[in-house]
Design a protein around this ligand. Structure first.
Ligand code: FE
Length: 338
């Protein structure tokens, strides 16, 4: 009897023992600066941050397969389309506290995940071969005009940034109009899509195309010299242009995160998410990753600032990037976008 009593007491102790004060972050962001940021969070909050990094496919597969046994608290990734699709699978819980609601614009979050930084997907044109006047007032929609025939380079249709970008165009112009537009846009490609965003800028610098579509932080990364002298010189041969200034503004996407459905430490996950949205964390992020801040009163990095200020599209909900993603891919493939 005494023996059983001891076992019972021991079991009781094990099940009610306080959990370690920690938070488990599953992240596909491959920035060492994020790790420095988590250390900062630990020093302020006393909450230990354990990071599991990997590509999105692997991380999502693991979270789904482990289900309620998963130790993942917070999933952090790039692209609203990706966050939205994961959310559609029911993998998040409500992550939006009143604090987050008050500082993150409505279009940059859903109920279950929020943006933590922004990036713009813009035009980079050849300094030598394209006149500034020709580009003036350009909208994404204008890239289907015959005058751009054989001049545009962009990566493949399987790329999530492209799918989210096209989804935003569908959200604004509807499916039928985008279907018409995309056929002519794809006809203007200078080459079969290949390579990453930086490869598109390199192609313009090398004279293979006159206009590249790429995310802003890649250009900044090239200009910074962190990708070597060759890429730095290539970046100097192109000019960044922010489209759609006369209407909704330039297409913006996010890096973001959400608290997972089975998070063992949801309170700590929320604390970390809220920390990532403080001025201190935001300036750390934008300085190191060349993204745009998601909150006001934080300046982007010097290189990003030198690209100029512009009207951002903050009216199209980034949730739409997931909503229209399948349609976007369907139209892209039908138009022959490889
Ligand atoms: Fe990227």
């Amino acid at each position: 009897m005494k023996f059983f009593l001891i076992i019972l007491i021991l079991l009781n102790f094990l099940t009610t023992a306080p959990k370690a004060n920690e938070v488990n972050v599953f992240s596909s962001r491959h920035y060492s600066s994020d790790i420095q940021l988590y250390k900062k969070f630990t020093s302020i909050s006393g909450i230990k941050v354990n990071v599991v990094s990997g590509n999105d496919e692997a991380l999502q597969k693991r979270i789904i397969e482990e289900g309620s046994d998963s130790e993942a608290d917070l999933y952090i990734t790039a692209d609203a389309g990706r966050l939205g699709l994961f959310d559609q699978k029911g993998m998040f819980q409500n992550s939006i506290s009143p604090k987050i609601k008050s500082i993150v614009p409505k279009s940059l979050r859903s109920d279950n995940w929020t943006g933590i930084a922004k990036r713009a997907r813009i035009i980079f044109y050849s300094k030598d071969r394209i006149d500034k006047e020709v580009i003036n007032n350009l909208r994404y929609e204008d890239l289907s005009a015959p005058k751009w025939n054989n001049k545009i380079t962009v990566r493949q249709s399987n790329n999530i940034y492209n799918q989210s970008w096209i989804a935003s165009i569908i959200s604004n112009n509807d499916k039928e109009n985008t279907d018409e537009w995309i056929k002519n846009f794809v006809k203007n490609f200078a080459r079969d899509p290949k390579g990453n965003d930086r490869a598109q800028i390199l192609a313009v610098a090398a004279g293979e195309a006159d206009i590249a579509i790429a995310n802003t932080y890649y250009y900044a990364l090239m200009l910074s010299g962190q990708k070597g002298l060759e890429q730095q010189q290539a970046a100097k041969k192109v000019v960044p242009y922010f489209p759609n200034q006369s209407d909704r503004g330039t297409h913006m996407n996010i890096s973001g995160g959400g608290i997972l459905k089975y998070a063992p430490n949801p309170e700590n996950a929320l604390k970390l998410l809220e920390f990532l949205l403080t001025e201190e964390a935001q300036s750390h992020i934008v300085k190191n990753t060349f993204e745009y801040p998601i909150i006001e009163n934080v300046e982007p990095s010097e290189i990003i600032k030198s690209m100029g200020s512009f009207k951002q599209d903050l009216s199209t909900p980034v949730e739409d990037y997931a909503r229209f993603q399948a349609v976007a891919l369907e139209l892209m493939l039908r138009a022959g976008w490889k």
